[in-house]
Design a binder for this molecule. Structure first.
Ligand SMILES: [Fe+2]
Length: 286
């Protein structure tokens, strides 16, 4: 009887130790390994208004979340991986930082590595500046963030549009302010854009803003914000993705006759990822 009790107790303790070790191992993996498993995702995207010449190679980065030295290393690596893919232009869809602009010179140098090689455009995310960020410890004004990006060679489109000439072709880029910050103003962004058959891309941090953009003409919207859900849990999916419409947590989707691409992003918040490695995307537009 006594030996049976001892056996049961040993089994119980062994099981407990096994579960404990598995939890610790998973936590270490989520913090030290998966956030650094950066992947280059390559996709062919067929659009209604195709580029007139050869397919365009667009590098999409998002959610760099520069906040500490490991983040800067990850950003440099993402930029180098992206450049090796040979893009014609690059778009960054917000959340360059998490709260404050730390090591601005080092971050500007890292971003310059990209913008010196390919024309680079951006929109802002909720973490970058403005009222949402201010309530969570951010101190930057929109104008300060835009000035920093200009210093890094990046044209920030804040409720505005521009015509881009790249690879002997012409396309229109429209960038909107962030939805959570209360800055998303597509009426202002699209104002004065001539009707036409040129390819139109929208840079919009939060995919939940798509309904606001529905009345306007565009072909492809590039988004970030979700980090792909960051933690993709068996059976539960992505309960922590900070969006209302969980159909668009990550990937390429058709929506209302156009396309959305939502990237999992390069960085993260809280330093954890599970079943959701960081990515940069090379979209071949044809
Ligand atoms: Fe983000």
């Amino acid at each position: 009887m006594l030996s049976r009790r001892l056996h049961n107790r040993r089994t119980f303790l062994g099981l407990g130790a096994g579960v404990g070790l598995a939890c610790v191992g998973t936590a270490l993996y989520m913090h030290y390994i998966e956030p650094f498993r950066l992947q280059l995702r390559q996709l062919s995207v067929r659009l209604r208004h195709a580029p007139a010449g050869r397919p365009l190679r667009l590098l999409h980065l998002s959610d760099l979340h520069h906040s500490d030295p490991p983040a800067l290393q990850r950003i440099r690596r993402a930029i180098r991986m992206g450049l090796e893919a040979g893009p014609d232009l690059a778009c960054i869809t917000g959340d360059f930082i998490t709260a404050d602009l730390l090591q601005p010179d080092a971050l500007a140098v890292a971003l310059r590595e990209l913008s010196d090689r390919v024309p680079t455009y951006a929109c802002l995310g909720n973490h970058d500046a403005g009222p949402w960020a201010a309530q969570r410890g951010g101190h930057l004004q929109i104008a300060e963030m835009r000035a920093f990006l200009a210093r890094a060679g990046i044209q920030c489109l804040f409720n505005e549009a521009c015509t881009v000439h790249v690879a002997e072709q012409e396309l229109v880029l429209v960038g909107v302010g962030d939805l959570l910050a209360g800055d998303c103003d597509p009426a202002r962004a699209f104002r004065g854009l001539p009707a036409g058959s040129r390819l139109r891309l929208v840079l919009c941090h939060n995919p939940d803003a798509k309904e606001r953009l529905a009345p306007y003409a565009w072909d492809l919207m590039l988004c970030g914000h979700t980090h792909g859900g960051q933690l993709c849990l068996p059976l539960l999916g992505t309960p922590f993705a900070p969006i209302r419409d969980h159909r668009y947590v990550a990937g390429l989707h058709e929506w209302s006759g156009r396309l959305l691409y939502v990237t999992r992003g390069v960085g993260n918040v809280h330093g954890l990822r599970l079943n959701c490695p960081p990515e940069l995307a090379l979209l071949t537009l044809s």
